[in-house]
Design a protein around this ligand. Structure first.
Ligand code: KE4
Length: 428
């Protein structure tokens, strides 16, 4: 038995599912997860010493590649000065100033230790600011595991949601409306009916948790107009897209100013950092300044801030996203061409360092279309590529990520391996 399997068997005796986050357990694709022993640049190595070109990148943080020397050195230096103080530090001011300079919609920002904390806090803040209870989320979007966000659509358009997880009381879900992503008519009808009850709308402006799905160009602008008209707080959850699709996230690409933005992943450079920020009049409601409580022992940890500052400095370099986008398109164009050569129903799209692969003829634009893609085909592709040394997200419903450490040769090797896999799939 290989070491990955031995470790997985051992892990399952003391950790639920053998993992500290469910998607890592390979439940969606079958088989056993690889236990990663180390990572550097575009590669990860598993417990058996096998190397993989990595397209998960820790689900987004590793945008400059794994173990980037500048980030590792920043963390090492910070650690030598002490790991955590539970008191303010200059570094927290620096990263707050850097985030506000990079994202014009941020007038103030609060650091936390995960994307879940960021979205949970932003929802509480929007409710505290407006005095309203109702929030809107969208089917297929994931914002972390706060109770009010683990909610699936109710039975009818305007009926409140039902818990999508065990342990979430119906009462905690009843203030959450779940709408279809990218359905303008439904959005307008909902605001017509309930607009003045709505505290906040939280959306992944480009969705990355139902695979990679972008809404129609006008959809986000319509959402901005409706929130403004009804006094609802517009929250762009850019935990995944922030500093991933471009230096100013989706809000910079589409030219929309959300009222609040949530961040994570790249902002911590691989260390635990989340953040929420936005309009000053809203942020001034946060404790200790205002009545909306929010706190965290390790919020703004000196090590995490050091990693985050180093990560933000690297992605701010001139031409970073031009080069990254070209590399990601080399992957998606190469895979689409290879699939077409072998007659495999496949499509793909890329924005910045983020991509989606679909075993479907066309790129999906909403949750229903995503669900029509061939999940069995993806799973065959996933395992064949894993065996060939190319590590994609272990689910047909996740986005993929390229880093600045991926070279043309790495991408070409992945495309060549996929060509073989598609040939085999076509023969089936
Ligand atoms: P965390 O609490 O996992 O740091 O962030 C939650 C979160 C919030 N918002 C968005 C848009 C996110 O994508 C996430 C987390 N993303 C998943 C990837 N599907 C993390 C991977 C996992 O759950 O293990």
């Amino acid at each position: 038995m290989n070491r990955n399997q031995t470790l997985f068997d051992r892990a399952q005796t003391v950790i639920p599912g053998g993992v500290n986050s469910p998607v890592r357990a390979f439940g969606s694709v079958g088989g056993s997860p690889r236990f990663i022993s180390r990572a550097e640049g575009a590669r990860i190595w598993d417990a058996d010493g096998a190397a993989y070109v990595d397209y998960v990148g820790s689900w987004g943080p590793a945008i400059t590649g794994h173990a980037h020397p500048a980030i590792v050195e920043a963390v090492r230096e910070a650690a030598l000065r002490g790991l955590s103080f539970g008191a303010p530090t200059e570094g927290e001011i620096e990263i707050a100033e850097r985030l506000c300079a990079l994202l014009p919609s941020l007038e103030m920002v609060r650091l936390v230790s995960s994307g879940t904390e960021a979205t949970m806090s932003a929802i509480r803040l929007a409710r505290g600011f407006t005095g309203r209870d109702t929030i809107i989320k969208f089917e297929g979007c994931y914002h972390g595991h706060a109770d009010c966000l683990l909610v699936k659509a109710g039975s009818g358009l305007l009926t409140f949601g039902n818990p999508s997880s065990g342990g979430v009381p119906a009462d905690f879900a009843k203030h959450t409306l779940v709408l279809d992503y990218n359905d303008p008519a439904q959005l307008e009808a909902t605001f017509r009916e309930k607009g003045d009850e709505i505290a906040a709308v939280i959306i992944e402006p480009f969705a990355g948790n139902m695979n990679f799905v972008r809404p129609g160009d006008d959809y986000l602008h319509l959402l901005r107009r409706l929130c403004t008209a009804h006094g609802a707080v517009l929250i762009f959850d850019e935990v995944m897209t922030g500093f991933r699709v471009g230096l100013q996230g989706v809000q910079g690409l589409v030219g929309i100013t959300p009222d609040l933005t949530t961040l994570g992943k790249v902002v911590g450079g691989g260390m635990p950092v989340g953040a929420f920020g936005g309009r000053r009049d809203i942020m001034e409601k946060v404790a200790p300044l205002g009545p909306v409580y929010q706190a965290g022992t390790l919020s703004g940890s000196p090590l995490a801030v050091a990693a985050g500052l180093a990560s933000l400095k690297l992605v701010s370099a001139s031409g970073f996203y031009d080069a990254l986008g070209a590399r990601t398109r080399q992957l998606t164009d190469g895979l689409a061409a290879a699939a077409a050569r072998h007659g495999v129903s496949f499509s793909a799209q890329a924005v910045g360092g983020m991509f989606g692969l679909y075993f479907a003829a066309a790129v999906p634009q909403n949750f229903a279309e995503v669900m029509t893609s061939d999940r069995a085909a993806f799973n065959r592709f996933f395992h064949a590529m894993l065996e060939a040394g190319h590590y994609f997200a272990p689910s047909a419903f996740e986005a993929g990520f390229v880093s600045s450490a991926h070279g043309e040769a790495d991408i070409a090797a992945t495309v060549a391996a996929a060509d073989q896999v598609f040939a085999g799939m076509a023969a089936l």
